[in-house]
Design a protein around this ligand. Structure first.
Ligand code: ATP
Length: 305
């Protein structure tokens, strides 16, 4: 029943979303005209091992007049966590869009465990990836079904576990319907932080080989953020993980941090090593520390770090 219900409900959702954003659709078609749409023609068998991700000499632009990635080289070793930081518009989120094959690079290639991703069927590629995006899409459905979307066969115990890990217990307990509360469009309007926590719970349920977090904790207060980061650390252990973050306090514990600028990776190393290099990362870190101290002085009770 659920299997049938979900696609129908999803189509309804897509239809309403499309109607609501006709202006954006026009822009989307312009974009698709500009760049040939990504073709799902890969037929190779996927020999997924540890999930090592490699961007090799990747160049990409959305428009002719602005190169976003310029012969970028980047490897995320299997099972390790790499954080990518850099200024707004540096192209960090673009890395995740290329990995999902929403676009193909103009030059270079992207590989998982040595296999070019454009040789894989898209469904197979995407089954190995999980993403907590900046803006989470919720279906007009119960919280439970919104979570089951990530893995329809999950048991109630597994659902309860991820609800707790993603700090959604208080949301569930506040409502008499519990996890049957309807969220999204015509249901309960959730805050940005609550929506992100649902996306994190979906990821926890799916546990894909490769986990991508795009500003995953940007809408959370610092106390909740710390709790969620702990959960992310726990669940991403042994999974190849890419974290895109603005708040550097959230990436301190990553195995490595890569700094993006001018369409390339300009620095890479651990937090301690990058600080001692006194380069771009150190400058970003000092600027954020300064900003937080300033905020603290203005709002001594905020507790932000
Ligand atoms: P932020 O930290 O602000 O989220 P980012 O480093 O993730 O930024 P991207 O979202 O990867 O940056 O965008 C890189 C550049 O490409 C930006 O200049 C952005 O304006 C541009 N861009 C992103 N998406 C599109 C699109 N669909 N069409 C045209 N330009 C785009």
């Amino acid at each position: 029943m659920f299997q049938l219900f979900l696609p129908l409900n999803f189509l309804g959702f897509v239809y309403r979303e499309l109607k609501a954003s006709m202006a954006n659709i026009e822009r989307m078609f312009e974009l698709l005209d500009e760049q040939s749409a990504v073709k799902d023609e890969g037929t190779a068998a996927f020999n997924l091992k540890g999930g090592e991700v490699t961007f090799r000499q990747v160049s990409f632009s959305y428009r002719d007049d602005y190169q976003v990635l310029d012969q970028l080289d980047l490897t995320i070793p299997a099972g390790k966590t790499l954080a990518v930081v850099g200024g707004s518009g540096a192209g960090k989120s673009t890395l995740t869009r290329l990995l999902f094959r929403f676009y193909d690079p103009a030059a270079g290639e992207i590989l998982i465990d040595g296999q070019p991703i454009d040789q894989l069927p898209q469904a197979v590629l995407r089954a190995s990836l999980g993403m907590v995006p900046q803006d989470t899409v919720l279906f007009n459905d119960t919280l439970k079904n919104n979570l089951l979307y990530a893995r329809p066969d999950a048991s109630d115990e597994e659902l309860q576990q991820v609800i707790t890990m993603a700090h959604l217990d208080s949301l569930v307990q506040r409502h008499t319907d519990g996890w049957h509360i309807v969220v999204g469009e015509r249901g309960l309007k959730l805050s940005g932080g609550e929506k992100q926590r649902i996306a994190i719970a979906r990821m926890l349920l799916k546990r894909p080989a490769i986990m991508l977090f795009d500003e995953a904790t940007s809408s959370l207060d610092s106390h909740t953020e710390r709790g969620i980061m702990d959960a992310i650390r726990q669940v991403s252990k042994g999974h190849t993980t890419l974290i895109i973050a603005h708040r550097l306090s959230t990436v301190v514990d990553a195995d490595e941090i890569a700094v993006m600028d001018g369409g390339r990776i300009v620095e890479r190393g651990s937090h301690v090593r990058l600080l001692s290099q006194q380069g771009r990362y150190a400058a970003l870190w000092q600027a954020q520390q300064h900003q937080h101290q300033h905020q603290h002085q203005q709002q001594p009770d905020s507790g932000d770090v």
